[in-house]
Design a protein around this ligand. Structure first.
Ligand code: GLY
Ligand code: MN
Ligand code: MN
Length: 444
């Protein structure tokens, strides 16, 4: 069961139904099961929209909301209880369980959906459904629609409009409740411990996957079943490959290692990056680049509050990074002109962050009516500036090439600023070197 209360899920459904137009219906399918090979499946992860509205983690389910329906507004189709299948694959809630434990008003076997759903769709003015997420389900929707059309001469009325559910639902998902933030803090705390453990374990001669194993150990020990995304453990110039996930290179003395990893708890993500020296001591060049990225990370935090818009933090990181590269002589020119001409882009080619929540790159619009969105308490995002100097960047002296640094934290907007959920993992050079030296001397 999810750590978010069933009454909170009920409030979310209520809030959504209040925003739906009269005589409408919303339909949200569970995530499809994916095959890994022959009879082996990928670990099942519920679709975030479905989970947001239900807290129900089983596959082969469909959630239906029909405001003001006499026989119940919240209808769930799910697998039937089946002692033999449950013996092999695990327990199922069944229709009774979904009503008793997940507060559904009405529940039907998923195997009956072709007979029942067309009747629920028939005569509705509007259907809220996010087309394009699940092609197989899209096809079912068309089949149900056609089955109503085929009965038109008998008086059946197909729905008049299909509307994407995303704007209503994703706007709600963008604003996190205290219970959601508490869950995200739990995920962040486990991930902080994982990063600390990886720093403590690092030494030349190991491989990137040894550090990945330390991360996985803390994730599982903390109760997280899955990482929120594939962990990146990138040593040396691998750090300049933004989504490097091979994690199989040796850790060389004198190199940095960039780890971008976070677990999920109850489907809520954490997303942390730290960069540290394999041997525990930064070289002068590594230190110089690191200090710029750290300054950008800290500066961005001053631009995350209800007084600011989404893009302010990004702009702050661009200014700090461009000024820093200019000071080191890695860029030449005048600061404002370098910013205006995007001269920093070969070194800093991504945004300073993204919304964070049930999805690691969470839903919610970044612009509203063409303007960057104003931040509001409860919005949760990452702050992740970086500098990456490609090995083949011949515009800079050789000693700088192959250095990649990113520092990423998870942040929630508060009434008067922001709170960093990932503060438990060190990020200053002194703290990192001290932590790694203590681990080396104690033989951790
Ligand atoms: N780990 C994915 C990201 O940082 O956006
Ligand atoms: Mn991120
Ligand atoms: Mn990340």
């Amino acid at each position: 069961m999810s750590s978010i209360s069933m009454s909170e899920y009920a409030q979310r459904r209520q809030q959504l139904m209040e925003r739906m137009t009269p005589n409408s219906i919303a339909i949200v399918p569970a995530a499809a099961v994916s095959t890994r090979n022959s009879s082996v499946e990928y670990p099942y992860r519920q679709h975030s929209d479905f989970f947001y509205l239900s807290g129900f983690a089983e596959p082969e389910a469909v959630l239906v909301l029909i405001p003001k329906r006499e026989h119940g507004e919240y209808v769930v189709f799910c697998r039937e209880r089946n002692p033999e299948r449950e013996l092999w694959d695990g327990l199922r809630a069944g229709q009774e369980g979904v009503i008793a434990n997940y507060l559904a008003d009405d529940a039907f076997p998923i195997s009956d959906i072709d007979d029942i759903l067309p009747g629920l769709l028939e005569g509705r003015e509007r259907v809220y459904y996010s087309i394009g997420n699940n092609p197989e389900f899209d096809q079912h929707m068309m089949d149900w629609l056609n089955s109503i059309r085929s009965k038109a001469r008998m008086g059946a009325q197909p729905p008049k409009e299909f509307v994407m559910l995303d704007p209503l639902l994703h706007d709600a998902r963008l604003h996190k409740s205290p219970a959601e933030i508490a869950t995200m803090q739990r995920a962040a705390d486990i991930s902080c411990r994982a990063h600390i453990r990886a720093m403590q374990a690092s030494q030349p001669g190991l491989y990137e996957y040894h550090l990945e194993a330390e991360l996985d150990y803390e994730f599982r020990k903390g109760g997280a079943r899955l990482a929120a995304y594939s962990s990146i453990v990138a040593s040396g110039s691998n750090a300049c490959i933004l989504h490097y996930t091979e994690n199989n290179a040796p850790l060389h003395d004198g190199d940095l290692v960039l780890i971008d990893a976070g677990c999920e708890i109850d489907c809520y993500a954490s997303d942390i990056t730290r960069t540290f020296p394999v041997n525990g001591r930064f070289s002068p060049e590594q230190k110089a680049i690191y200090e710029i990225v750290l300054k950008a990370n800290l500066e961005a935090m001053h631009y995350i509050s209800p007084k600011h818009c989404w893009n302010d933090a990004h702009d702050a990181t661009v200014r700090v990074i461009t000024a820093g590269l200019l000071e080191l002589g890695l860029l030449q020119g005048e600061l404002d002109e370098l910013i205006a001409s995007d001269a920093y882009r070969p070194f800093y080619m991504h945004r300073a962050g993204h919304w964070l929540g049930l999805d690691v790159h969470d839903v919610g619009d970044y612009k509203v009516n063409g303007e960057w969105r104003a931040l509001k308490p409860g919005m949760t995002m990452t702050v992740e500036p970086g500098i990456y100097i490609a090995v083949d960047n011949l515009t800079v002296p050789q000693q700088w090439r192959g250095i990649g640094v990113r520092i990423e934290d998870d942040v929630v907007v508060t009434a008067d600023g922001c709170q960093v959920l990932t503060r438990a993992v060190p990020k200053s050079i002194d703290e990192i070197e001290a932590l790694m030296a203590a681990a080396q001397s104690s033989g951790v």
